[in-house]
Design a protein around this ligand. Sequence first.
Ligand code: WQD
Length: 345
Amino acid sequence: MAKKILVTGGTGYIGSHTAVELINAGHDVVIIDNLYNSDRSVLEGIQNITGYRPEFHQIDLCERDRLEAFFAGRKDIAAVIHFAAYKAVGESAEKPLMYYRNNIVSTLNLLEAMIGNGVKPIVFSSSCTVYGQPDALPVDENAPVKEPSSPYGNTKQINEQMIRYTVEAGNPLGGISLRYFNPIGAHPSAQIGEAPQGIPNNLLPYITQTALGIREQLKVFGNDYNTSDGTPIRDYINVVDLSRAHVVAVERLMNGHNRQGYEFFNIGTGRGHTVLEVIEAFEKATGQKINYQIVGRRPGDVEKVYADTTYANQELGWKAHKTLEETLLSAWNWEKAYRKNIKAQ
Ligand code: WQD
């Protein structure tokens, strides 16, 4: 049954890929984004892939009046998927209050506007960072939420709790948090992908920019960890696989199949790879040599984290399918297309 879904942060990396998968599943999409860390041109990319252009409103969720005005009188929004947030771990450590204000106030305004306008289900973009360095691996949903390693991670924890307690207070919301591991890659069409502004914080965009010669050299942060080659382990999940988990989650809520008001799921591949393994797999998949140098550890990095996906596989009926190699190739194809497009402008 086609429904109209509001996607906040929908011109961002994961939001735009989720918009595509919602459209592919037959739903209509409304995007709210303040374009702080994304560009309106993403709407063209979504339309080029699907033939459908989402309704778009440039609104900052922290501007409560504008958000209330958006919802006023609308009865067509069936659910919300909430991505809009600042998400740079390092920046959050430098500017904690900027992160608390933006990431908390935006969700507070959104929840109040949803309840005030009778919009019920919400799917929240959370992160495995809530687990910190898990005591046991692979990490499942029973693992304790730990002291956050950054203000960014803390805002994810606080947002999850705001949604949980709002649901448990009997408000009509149904809530699902999806705790992502490390999203990488791009849509196979190379029409949309990750477009970090400035120097990338994350590994994959830094690799693709190094391969393209935009960056001189990739710095590998530490090879003295207790892993096979000394570099940290992460669970790198294809962004399209990840986006499909949001479609499954929002349909679960809209169909009333959620066993309890508030649920959360670990969304990963269940496999871990070291940084050097990712570099090697990228070189193999693309034929591009990566110039890198081992340097000191990055403060705040955990040694290894990867998901136990049993619960998401069985309860959500969702599983990641794409291989690391095809995912790395999709990132490379996107980087080349994106830079060519920038040059052409
Ligand atoms: C991965 C690995 C680095 C860059 C964070 C957040 C998570 C999500 C993704 C937003 C680590 C190493 C990286 C580089 C490197 N955030 N690395 N050189 O830190 O695991 O996760 O970003 O959506 O919530 O916690 O991701 O890509 O920054 O790092 O060696 O130039 O790559 O040390 O081992 P991270 P990352």
